[in-house]
Design a protein around this ligand. Sequence first.
Ligand SMILES: Nc1ncnc2c1ncn2[C@@H]1O[C@H](COP(=O)(O)OP(=O)(O)O)[C@@H](O)[C@H]1O
Ligand SMILES: [Mg+2]
Length: 392
Amino acid sequence: MTVTSIQYENWRNIAAARVEFSPGINVLWGMNAQGKSNILEGIYFFARGRSFRGAREKELVRFGEAFARASLSFRREGYGSDTVLEAVLPAAGKKKLSRNGAPLSSSAEMLGSFRAVLFTPANLSAVTGGPAERRTFLDIALSQISADYLSWLRRYTKLLAERNALIRQAGDGERVTSAEWEVYAEGLAECGAWIAAYRQDYVFLLSRAVERYFAGMTGGAETPALDYRSHALPGGEEADSVKPLSEPGGGKRPDPGPLYGRMTAGLEREIAAGSSLWGIHKDDVLLTLNGREARTYASQGQQRSFVLSMKLGEAEIARTVGGEYPAVLLDDVFSELDENRRRYILDALAEDGDGSRQIIITSCEPDVIPGARASRVRFHRVEDGRVTESGR
Ligand SMILES: Nc1ncnc2c1ncn2[C@@H]1O[C@H](COP(=O)(O)OP(=O)(O)O)[C@@H](O)[C@H]1O
Ligand SMILES: [Mg+2]
């Protein structure tokens, strides 16, 4: 998957720009606050359906303007022509999305079309932060490679909000019939079981990739492990004998029993607490190094290598499951790494490729690419929202 070009109009601090990218390595460089991350935010918008910085759509509109527009051309492996995704975000009102000129009804319809893996310093929180950060990691990765996963997740989220409202009503003394509780327990247990099956398979693939990348990066003295934890799994279940994600849970309909049982047995406690206490919205992935939790025991350097391995794993799984290597976007992380790790990343990303795997890097300095690869890099200078192709 290769970004050919992106065009902006009133996007953040970019009044108007068109940026062309090469397959292989691209570097966007310039001083702070010039618009480098804004450019990546625009590219990744088409993979994720929203800003990676958590900005609302109207915040992406250039100050004082009526709308922002971004238009991304990308090329899929083996396809002769580009696909064009366009987003028009008004300062007030609904966004408009289109693919090759045909309107799309929602972000969900757009997801999965253009695939990218983004790595920013904030991703460190997947290791250092709470369970929600790790669930987000899984949701972002899985939503891009499985439309079914995304639709289970949306159904689950909607049912959960409705059930939480019901729990609050019951807490206020309103009568809720057992038939009503039943509808939600069944619905959530079914959606939850599917989501857990996908997540379990994903974590299994990810843990194998992380083991390999982490060893490659650090010399293999410590062994990392990822262990998926969910109320939707029977107690104590290990993630073994898992088939790839095209058939989550090995192709069988996953068992809604464990979550259903927990939800129905714990209803009184939930009413007292005022929210749903059991479900995949409480899932976590335990990350360990040599059996000790990485969040508390690993050094900062090890935590970084861990999350870096997870990101490389995310890209690799996107290829094995999604059929094609995604575009890799590195915002501000590359220049922070020592030269060995930089080399390692470029080697890992280039692995068994024909050199066409695309990496788009932002950096304050142009000279971030070590070794012989530096001669084949495409450089863009970013200055006050303007982008110019530069020697370096
Ligand atoms: N909606 C907006 N309209 C105009 N400028 C904006 C908007 N949002 C952010 N900016 C500006 O964009 C700049 C930050 O750009 P960014 O891409 O984050 O910088 P960097 O090059 O350091 O990655 C800041 O100067 C900020 O004021
Ligand atoms: Mg930035």
